[in-house]
Design a protein around this ligand. Structure first.
Ligand SMILES: [Mn+2]
Length: 309
């Protein structure tokens, strides 16, 4: 089903959450790969709102070693939250281009806050599909690296530094039983324990091997749409196999292949319940001739309703 709403593209050129430079160039790489033209060619109404202003890492000092650049990341996420909320209030669809995955704290806060104001009482719940090779459920206490891009899902679920927890109106921003983690294959021992204890539904690559991506996504979609107003898809390109998308912040072998990745997006589109999409961790420095951004643009089109026939 082709996305009926106007799509607002917003770039977040921020790489403070990881230790490899380069994902700050992700929004440019996706635009250079023809994102705008291809949205238009598909017949979608879209507007590119440009990039958020983000300070370069060279101009900053890495504060707290357990969560490097936390204050700057939180302030960027606060601005992103505000912009996503504006997009939704105008009746449009937010397409957020990362940047490292820590920006999800801002995107999810924006969508969650929008729903908090709807439907009376505590508002409407937001579902979340987190597609990733990693769990992103570390906290400053458990992280070995101090990289905040390994922490956003924990923060969205209400665990982690106050600077990230206070971004949105609700805490947690989403209920763990309405979250599905898809594609994971590289977790620290403590993080694996955190994922199991969190109550989110998790689908490892082992599950995808055994059951097939179609069955896994059907179950994931049931999780994120039951009792919610719809769901956000936070798509870390490192969930895809590095043979398909080599240019990512933290490549891990054994991810979803080309067609499996498209099926994730196609089924998300077919559900008719997609409320927001973000694509993160594209790293042009580690890429080959912008291949990864080109694949990512293809995947974005599938999520917005492009079909083979
Ligand atoms: Mn991630």
């Amino acid at each position: 089903m082709l996305m009926a709403r106007k799509i607002c593209v917003l770039g977040v050129p921020m790489d403070l959450g990881g230790s490899h430079r380069g994902v700050d160039m992700g929004p440019s790489a996706l635009r250079i790969a023809g994102l705008g033209e291809r949205l238009a060619r598909l017949g979608l109404d879209y507007e590119d709102l440009g990039n958020l202003a983000v300070r370069e890492v060279e101009t900053l000092e890495a504060s707290s070693p357990r969560a490097r650049f936390l204050a700057d990341i939180a302030s960027c996420c606060g601005e992103l939250r505000r912009r996503v909320l504006e997009i939704l209030e105008a009746g449009s669809f937010p397409l957020v281009l990362g940047g490292d995955h820590s920006i999800a704290c801002g995107t999810v806060a924006g969508i969650s806050d929008h729903l908090a104001a709807e439907g009376g009482g505590g508002g409407q719940a937001l579902g979340l599909i987190w597609f990733d090779a990693h769990g992103d459920m570390n906290t400053p206490e458990t992280s070995h690296s101090g990289n905040v891009h390994g922490m956003p899902l924990a923060a969205i679920l209400g665990q982690g530094p106050e600077e990230l927890l206070e971004l949105g109106l609700r805490r947690p921003l989403v209920n763990p039983e309405q979250v599905a983690l898809v594609g994971i294959r590289d977790l620290d021992r403590e993080e694996a324990r955190a994922v199991r204890a969190s109550g989110v539904r998790h689908f490892t690559m082992r599950d995808i091997d055994a059951r097939g991506i179609h069955a896994v996504m059907e179950e994931a979609l049931a999780v994120v749409t039951s009792g919610t107003a719809g769901f956000h898809l936070s798509f870390d390109v490192d969930g895809v196999d590095p043979a398909v998308t080599p240019g990512v912040g933290t490549p891990v072998p054994g991810g979803t292949d080309w067609r499996e990745s498209h099926l994730v997006m196609e089924l998300a589109a077919e559900s008719g319940s997609l409320l927001g999409l973000e694509v993160v961790e594209v790293n042009p420095i580690l890429d080959t001739r912008n291949t990864t951004a080109e694949v990512a643009v293809d995947l974005i089109l599938s999520a917005l309703g492009k079909t083979i026939i």
